[in-house]
Write a protein that binds this ligand. Structure first.
Ligand SMILES: [Zn+2]
Length: 130
């Protein structure tokens, strides 16, 4: 047990605390922090439970690379620069899709569209060069 006044660990059958001399009578059971050594653990677990509850909110985020890849691919439809912009859009979109799957983020449709538009731009540019 622990002294209810100074908190020092003392023998269970102690009547007086050897450290501070306080009598360990019935009121000594009042301070549960000392008696409930294992008790602080559940509050600690409850504290860990909060971040777990927060993570689903983070999972709902949109993947920025998927959005960026789609934007680059859309730009490439107008300004392709020999298919290089479209190629960049495809690469960024593919990376975005991979990250989407790993992090379980939203935006896979955007990434897929980015790949599609980027590929169309590259193919158009290649055909134009031939
Ligand atoms: Zn004491």
């Amino acid at each position: 047990m622990y002294c209810f006044k100074c908190g020092k660990e003392i023998p269970d059958d102690s009547v007086f605390c050897p450290a501070c001399g306080t009598k360990q009578d019935g009121t000594a059971q009042e301070p549960k922090p000392a008696n409930a050594g294992p008790a602080p653990t559940p509050p600690a677990n409850a504290g860990y439970a909060q971040p777990v509850n927060q993570s689903p909110i983070h999972k709902a985020q949109y993947n920025l690379l998927c959005i960026l890849g789609l934007v680059i691919s859309l730009i490439s439809l107008v300004f392709n620069y020999f298919g290089l912009v479209g190629l960049g859009g495809v690469i960024v979109s593919v990376i975005g899709l991979v990250l989407c799957n790993r992090r379980k983020e939203n935006g896979r449709i955007l990434g897929a569209l980015g790949v599609l538009f980027g590929a169309v731009s590259v193919i158009t540019a290649v055909v134009a060069m031939m």
